[in-house]
Design a protein around this ligand. Structure first.
Ligand code: NDP
Ligand code: HSE
Length: 434
């Protein structure tokens, strides 16, 4: 008789675990109608199985012992949704060695230990699905693996952290204070267990690491991603950006040119007429440019129980169908280190926004512009707001394209001027050169 059931076990019954369980139980018939497969939720392990998760789980499924999932011979797919590195990694490796397929939403783990996990999975001929690890409900992994397989990927620009986009949107549209907006994102289940991952660009860098591996067939190289978070952005910078026709977004940027790959995460001023500047709240968007397809854009909720659960269940169906059809997963191309080069951040070219804290005195602008000029940094526009004779005022400068190395050296020199009273803030600016 042909097999038509797949058994899954979940470890971690939190935000994503409960969303996944809800979809598996509520849409069981829909999944069966579409695939002919019965997806059975066999076990859920969590440290606390008494807490109300807003979903009725049939008797005998909940356990506090993860090994009941890892060692159950009936379970085909183990779904790790507990987060963190240990013991999540040990559980995943144990599942793989027990010849179970694995699904995870754990981008921190895939970005930092994915090379080892995927090579163990290959050796044991099992699949590892991680669709939910990037951009919540947006099926971007499938897009890169399947939809755009015919393309060389030229560039990716992504808003891929829901929490920081939610905070920046609240600060921009409702003038809400940073820490209040973060608390709200935590209450809504968007933030990581340690929210510094969200606001310091770490989570975005984890996700960018995964996108870069899929786009260019390189290993997961988290340590090579340049990252900056949003904690230095003030309400004043948001106001200046609006006045100049921009929104500030935490962008993940991936580019390939001249055999070099650029991987960076930082707050970026994006022109108002770019679609990505209109992506607000917990929503994510990923712009992907391929050499055949041209520009494409993917948009959706980047975090939360049901959107992320939707991505986890997509992986369950994908792997379930492979198991039923006895199909292996596609061979991954893995470039050798000699075949690619990661561009150093100091060699990146960008336009810049500088906010100097300059004393309101004659000759200050010429001192600053003199230093910028000596580093080949050309000014596109200047704004000075307010007058505080003898006191500090914000002096905002937009530049044409300049090299990061020159910018850091120029700022270091400018910050030592007696007429500059505080550290200069700079934000990279996207958009065509005027
Ligand atoms: P939660 O903290 O809501 O859930 C994790 C659950 O795992 C908790 O219930 C926790 O129990 C449980 N747990 C911890 N250790 C163990 C263990 N040893 N055995 C069994 N259960 C354990 O996290 P999320 O659901 O938000 O996130 C899960 C993963 O999904 C993370 O990797 C996260 O980065 C990723 N992710 C999250 C998204 C989101 O929107 N929240 C979106 C995309 C990915 P307890 O609370 O008692 O410690
Ligand atoms: N903390 C993450 C975010 C969860 O805010 O985007 C989704 O990966």
């Amino acid at each position: 008789m042909d097999r038509n059931t797949i058994s899954v076990g979940i470890i971690g019954f939190g935000t994503v675990g409960s969303g996944t369980a809800k979809i598996l139980l509520n849409n069981k018939q829909l999944l069966k109608d579409r695939t002919g497969i019965d997806f059975n939720l066999t076990k859920i392990a969590d440290l606390d199985i008494a807490r109300d998760r807003g979903i009725k789980i049939p008797d005998g499924i909940l356990t506090t012992d993860a090994s009941e999932v890892l060692n159950d011979p009936k379970i085909d797919i183990v779904i790790e949704l507990m987060g963190g590195i240990h013991p999540a990694k040990d559980f995943i490796l144990k599942a793989i060695r027990n010849k179970k397929h694995v699904i995870t939403a754990n981008k921190a783990l895939i970005a930092t230990a994915g090379n080892e996990i995927l090579s163990d999975a290959d050796a044991n001929e099992v699949c590892v699905g991680f669709e939910a690890s990037v951009a919540g409900g947006i099926p971007i992994i499938k897009v890169l693996r399947e939809g755009l397989i015919a393309n060389n990927i030229l560039a990716i620009y992504g808003i891929i952290n829901g929490t920081s986009n939610y905070i920046l949107t609240k600060m921009t549209n409702e003038k809400v204070d940073f820490s209040l907006a973060l608390k709200e994102a935590q209450r809504l289940g968007y933030a990581e267990a340690d929210p510094t991952f969200d606001i310091e660009g770490i989570d975005t860098a984890h996700k960018l690491t995964i996108l870069s591996s899929l786009s260019y067939g390189i290993p997961f190289l988290y340590n090579d991603v340049y990252k900056e978070g949003i904690t230095k952005i003030t309400a004043m910078d948001i106001e200046f950006a609006i006045e100049l026709g921009y929104k500030i977004k935490l962008l993940a940027i991936l580019k390939a040119a001249n055999s070099e790959i650029e991987m960076r995460v930082h707050p970026t001023m994006v022109p108002n007429d770019y679609l990505i500047s209109k992506v607000d709240g917990v929503f994510n968007a990923i712009y992907v440019e391929g050499d055949a397809v041209g520009s494409t854009l993917y948009y959706g909720r980047g975090a939360g129980d049901m959107p992320t659960g939707s991505a986890v269940v997509a992986d369950i169906v994908d792997i379930g169908e492979r198991i039923i059809r006895s199909q292996k997963s596609r061979v991954r191309s893995q470039k050798k280190a000699a075949e690619f080069k990661i561009r150093k951040m100091e060699d990146v070219d960008s336009k810049y926004y500088f906010r100097f804290s300059a004393l309101d005195k004659p000759g200050v602008l010429s001192k600053i512009s003199g230093i910028l000029g000596s580093y080949n940094i050309s000014i596109a526009s200047v704004i000075q707001k307010g007058r505080r004779i003898g006191g500090a005022v914000p002096l905002v400068v937009l530049t044409h394209l300049a090299k990061e190395k020159d910018v850091t050296q120029a700022i270091r020199e400018i910050d030592q001027l007696p007429v500059v009273s505080d550290k200069t803030l700079f934000i990279r600016v996207e958009g065509e050169e005027a």
